[in-house]
Design a protein around this ligand. Structure first.
Ligand code: NAD
Length: 255
């Protein structure tokens, strides 16, 4: 298709081949993009490196978003290798299992801070680190979920983190619009991944979506990848500050 030919950027959030970020990577590669990847720790490096290599990517760097110096080092390295970049994919989230499982009112202060730091603040710090090397026309995409808007059983503190993430998308978009940089979120329906395994009643969410969404099925990693490709490409040059739902219409039809 060549939609991303000549464009370079980074994907943060591949843990394995089930990751939503991996679905995005495959679409970007097929469209001609050159992609750098990161991994959270050495256990995940073993999974991420072969995946990156399978797409011909040579740049694979460590990145724990809670480590500000490491985050900045990633973009310094990209600047040295490539000069500038055109896109950033932020597909990172974390909350303590207890804070997802316990009644919401039992959320610990520490758990609140951890979930918000990894899942929402990291979009702000990543954007700040990327800005010095971001081309005009650049695009940033993050991943969110309907639990930001509604109290979804079992989503708990992650819903609060996603609400902060979606607000951050709007504030970043408002600030960066005059630099020609766009910031958007994709709100995906439930997909079985490593992160999803921590969310309570997850299989129930898949069943409810199949039963009640207009498309009468769940969505795929590939479909989230295609919507992200649109937002990251020049097809979406007029789109910023948006939450783009890829959930088979569930969010509008589920009353
Ligand atoms: P995943 O487990 O494959 O990806 C989550 C990623 O976050 C992993 O790569 C993990 O290494 C990374 N991560 C966690 N803590 C980190 C840290 N401190 N520093 C750097 N990276 C860190 O699961 P996924 O479902 O593909 O999740 C990707 C994004 O999609 C998340 O933001 C998630 O909330 C969102 N999302 C998922 C679903 C779903 O149903 N799977 C639905 C909507 C939105």
């Amino acid at each position: 298709m060549g939609l991303m030919k000549g464009k370079r950027g980074i994907i943060v959030g591949v843990a394995n081949n089930k990751s939503i970020a991996w679905g995005v990577a495959q679409q970007l590669k097929e469209a001609g993009a050159e992609i750098a990847f990161t991994y959270l720790n050495s256990a995940l490096e073993k999974r991420v490196r072969p995946l990156a290599e399978s797409l011909g990517s040579e740049v694979v760097l460590p990145c724990d978003v809670q480590d500000e110096a490491q985050l900045e080092a990633v973009f310094t390295e990209l600047g040295e290798r490539w000069g500038n970049i055109d896109f950033v994919v932020h597909a990172v989230a974390f909350a303590n299992r207890d804070d997802l499982k316990n009644p919401f009112s039992q959320t610990s202060r520490e758990g609140f801070q951890l979930a918000l730091d990894v899942s929402a603040y990291s979009l702000i710090s990543m954007t700040r680190a990327a800005l010095p090397i971001m081309n005009e026309g650049g695009s940033i995409v993050t991943m969110t979920y309907l639990g930001a808007m509604r109290a979804i059983p079992g989503y708990n503190i992650m819903g609060v983190a996603k609400a902060a993430l979606e607000a951050s998308v709007r504030y970043l978009a408002a600030e960066l619009g005059e630099k020609g940089i766009r910031v958007n979120a994709v709100s995906a329906g439930p997909i079985k991944t490593l992160a999803a395994s921590g969310v309570g009643n997850f299989n129930e969410k898949l069943r409810v979506m199949e039963a009640r969404s207009p498309l009468k099925r769940t969505v795929s990693q590939e479909e989230v990848g295609k919507a992200s490709l649109y937002l990251l490409s020049d097809l979406a040059t007029g789109v910023t500050g948006e939450v783009h739902y890829v959930d088979g219409g569930f969010s509008i039809a589920e009353g």
